[in-house]
Structure formats: structure tokens, C-alpha cells
Unconditional design. Structure first.
Length: 263
């Protein structure tokens, strides 16, 4: 397969997103404000002995800050174009083009992601003025990066699957909102999943949302030790394979049922 067109799609998406400079600056400022609020919140909670297992205050602040930086990348959803194009009616002509549409959506998302990844650097520098962020050993950071990459792919296929529902319903806002709220709570983005006790803790760790945020973050702060890295990657890859397979099935079915609105 010739990947050159998809590299160009990613480049154009990067350039398109970079034109909104004020939005970029606003997003950086918003992240720094949230870091400050979370630092104050966790400092107050730890003062009242409300703390996750085996995670000191500086580790919790590091966890929250890295989670915020990850959200800059993971909240990008290139697959939302599926819903938009179905509502516009342009999906019919898109399907006639000599390209892989799923790969096009992925490359467009990559272009947006690269811009947001660039934003991580100034956001981190600004955040360091407010908080101290621990830096793990190189091997741990490499494991975190790998887990983050797998989590990014899991997140892409989850979004892809939800947006494919628009072929049947024309609108996916409600289901995406529900999944987004559930993910925010149960992915470990807001609070570590080690907060959940007993059976509830085992359930939330078994959900796919944990593969997106919790696994990379727990590796970063050292709660998942090196001896458990392979098992953690295996669980992430299991969810990746499942969502990729379901996405492939949904896409093939969707192409046989193109119901559009507008056009």
C-alpha cells in the first residue's frame, strides 16, 4: 500500500489545526489552570489522609499532571469526520475514492495529534512552574511510551466504532457523551483506579478504559513494576485486537448500508 497520500493527509491536518493560534494558546492556559487546581485539590485531600495506595503526594501530583498532558493527545478524535460526512451526505462520494477511508481518518487524526503533542512541551514547561513532576528511569519511560502508544490505538478504534454507528442512527452525540463521561471516571484520567476497592477495583481494571489512561500512568509512577509490564501490555493488546476487529466488521457492514442526511 502506498502510504504517501496518507502522510500528506496528516501534514494538511497539522497545518489546518495550527491555524487556530488563539485556540492553541487558550488550551495551554486551560491546562496550566487545571494543573494548579488539581495540585491544590490533592494537597488538601492528602492533608485529610485521602490517598491512593502506595502513591505519595508528589507521585499523585505527577500522575495528575502527566494525565493532563496525555489528554491533550488522547482527546483528539479524527474519526468524528465519519459522523459529519454522513450528515452532510459527502460520505457517499468519499466511499468512491481510491483510498482507504479508515486509514484516511487515522492519518488526519495523527496530524491533529502531532500538533497537540507539540503543545505538550510548552504546557509542561508552564506546569513545571507550579508543580514538581517526577521523571522515571529511561526503561520505565520507554515502557510508558509503549503503553501510551497502544492506548492511543485503543482509543482510536473505540472512537471509530462509536462514529460508525452514525451509518444507522445518523447521530452519535448521546452515546459518545455517555462513553466519554464513563471513560473520564473509569479510565484513571481523573483519579487512579487504585482508589476503587475490592471487587469494584478488579472490575474497573478489567474494563477497556483502563488500557487507555491507567496502564501508562501506573507504569510511569511505578505502581506497575517491571515484572508486570508484559502482562499489562498483553491486556492492552487484547483490547486493541478486539476493538480493531469490531471496527473492521462495523465498517464492512456500514458500507453496505449508507444512509445519509443532506447532500
Amino acid at each position: 500500500m502506498n502510504l504517501e497520500p496518507y502522510v500528506e493527509f496528516a501534514r494538511k491536518a497539522f497545518a489546518r489545526e495550527a491555524t487556530y493560534r488563539m485556540e492553541v494558546l487558550t488550551e495551554i492556559g486551560s491546562l496550566v489552570l487545571r494543573v494548579y487546581i488539581l495540585r491544590s485539590l490533592w494537597t488538601a485531600l492528602y492533608a485529610q489522609n485521602v490517598a491512593p495506595i502506595d502513591l505519595p503526594l508528589h507521585g499523585m501530583i505527577t500522575y495528575a499532571t502527566v494525565a493532563m498532558l496525555m489528554s491533550l493527545v488522547l482527546e483528539v478524535d479524527g474519526t468524528r469526520m465519519i459522523r459529519e460526512r454522513i450528515r452532510e451526505g459527502s460520505i457517499a462520494t468519499d466511499l468512491m475514492k481510491p483510498i482507504s477511508l479508515p486509514l484516511y481518518f487515522f492519518s488526519d487524526g495523527i496530524g491533529q495529534t502531532l500538533l497537540h503533542a507539540v503543545l505538550v512541551i510548552p504546557s509542561l514547561l508552564c506546569a513545571l512552574l507550579l508543580v514538581h513532576v517526577d521523571v522515571p528511569p529511561p526503561a520505565t519511560f520507554a515502557a510508558f511510551a509503549l503503553a501510551f502508544l497502544i492506548g492511543y490505538c485503543v482509543n482510536f478504534f473505540l472512537n471509530f466504532l462509536m462514529n460508525c454507528i452514525a451509518f444507522w442512527t445518523l447521530e452519535t452525540f448521546a452515546i459518545q457523551l455517555i462513553v466519554r463521561w464513563t471513560s473520564d471516571l473509569l479510565s484513571g484520567q481523573i483519579i487512579p483506579l487504585t482508589f476503587f476497592p475490592g471487587v469494584l477495583g478488579r472490575i474497573v481494571f478489567a474494563l477497556p478504559f483502563a488500557a487507555i489512561y491507567s496502564t501508562p500512568l501506573l507504569i510511569y509512577v511505578g505502581i506497575i513494576p517491571p515484572s508486570q509490564w508484559v502482562a499489562s501490555f498483553a491486556v492492552q493488546l487484547m483490547w486493541l485486537a478486539l476493538f480493531a476487529g469490531l471496527s473492521a466488521i462495523a465498517w464492512r457492514s456500514a458500507q453496505r448500508k449508507v444512509v445519509i442526511q443532506g447532500g
